[in-house]
Design a protein around this ligand. Structure first.
Ligand SMILES: [Zn+2]
Length: 305
């Protein structure tokens, strides 16, 4: 089973870059997300394929017609947050406000409840267990925010890159992580974004040929060789963002020629969740504050508490 997903954000929505982190700067940049996403929609439409689109709330506010078109063409719409901040850079309150804002704009545009979520930077880790409580409290039932190539201790204790559930006292979150493969004792990812562009085509095809579980993920900018250079990024990161862009679209179309894909909702219905690994959300994980909340406030510190 191969799952086809897209994160709908613009070329300047890169992480950890002070020059483009502030939403106030985004309206002044030349947006390319509509034309790039429309090309994807046309391609999927011509093939009768459905996918899941995790949309930034900010993109939805500035390009409402785009989100309406995605939904009108039968695709699923999930949230990719509002302002594209990784979970671990936020306090619980700001994460919740950002999530609610994105869900409201997406639900108003599509007329459908948003129940799927993907965090920017695949930033759901055991240290952010508190975010699971927030997601469940707001009706998110399926999350796709776990990246398998993290260090031990920074990743959930489950087999490599397959679906699992996170159980909390308030409910059960179904987790569909990015899929990974193993080769010569090494783990690797090749089903999405820069990894898809960089990996040899044979490696990608071998990964996609698996029948059990493949989670792909793409951004509209992954196929846009004419996008501007992102101000403030190191040369190394610029190269990572741009390598393989020219051939990415034709590679993507060949993959669609060769393999069938399903959307997240269809995958959830096909997976036998009774046999999927379970991660209990321990009191420690759920109650652990975000790193920012763990710091004393300036006033507290200087009051000698
Ligand atoms: Zn993103």
């Amino acid at each position: 089973m191969r799952i086809l997903t897209f994160d709908i954000e613009d070329w300047f929505h890169v992480l950890d870059n002070p020059a483009t982190d502030a939403p106030a700067a985004w309206p002044g940049l030349d947006s390319r997300v509509e034309r790039n996403t429309d090309r994807i929609l046309d391609e999927l439409g011509s093939r009768g394929m459905r996918a899941t689109f995790f949309c930034l709330g900010w993109v939805a506010e500035h390009h409402p017609g785009l989100v309406r078109r995605i939904a009108a063409q039968g695709h699923e719409v999930g949230t990719h947050s509002h302002a594209h901040l990784p979970i671990d850079r936020q306090q619980r309150g700001t994460f919740e406000a950002d999530l609610v804002r994105s869900m409201k704009v997406l639900e108003d545009l599509t007329g459908q409840a948003v129940t799927f979520h993907r965090a920017p930077g695949f930033s759901l880790t055991p240290a952010c267990g508190w975010a699971v409580e927030v997601l469940l409290a707001h009706g998110i039932s399926v999350d796709c925010s776990v990246f398998p190539l993290r260090r031990p201790g920074d990743r959930f204790d489950v087999p490599l890159g397959g679906p699992f559930t996170i159980h909390s006292p308030h409910g059960r979150l179904l987790e569909l992580p990015v899929s990974a493969a193993r080769c010569m004792g090494m783990r690797y990812v090749c089903g999405g974004s820069g990894y898809f562009r960089l990996a040899p085509q044979g490696v990608v095809r071998r990964h996609l040929a698996r029948d059990d579980y493949v989670m792909s993920y793409f951004h509209p900018r992954d196929f846009d060789s004419a996008q501007p250079w992102v101000e403030g990024l190191s040369l190394f990161r610029q190269i990572k963002l741009r390598v393989g862009l020219r051939r990415a679209w034709s590679r993507f179309r060949r993959v669609l020629d060769e393999f069938d894909f399903v959307c997240v909702g269809d995958a959830v219905r096909r997976i036998d969740w009774a046999t999927a690994p379970v991660v209990p959300l321990t009191r420690h994980m759920a109650g652990r504050p975000s790193p920012l909340e763990a710091l004393p406030l300036w006033g507290e510190k200087h009051a000698g508490r």
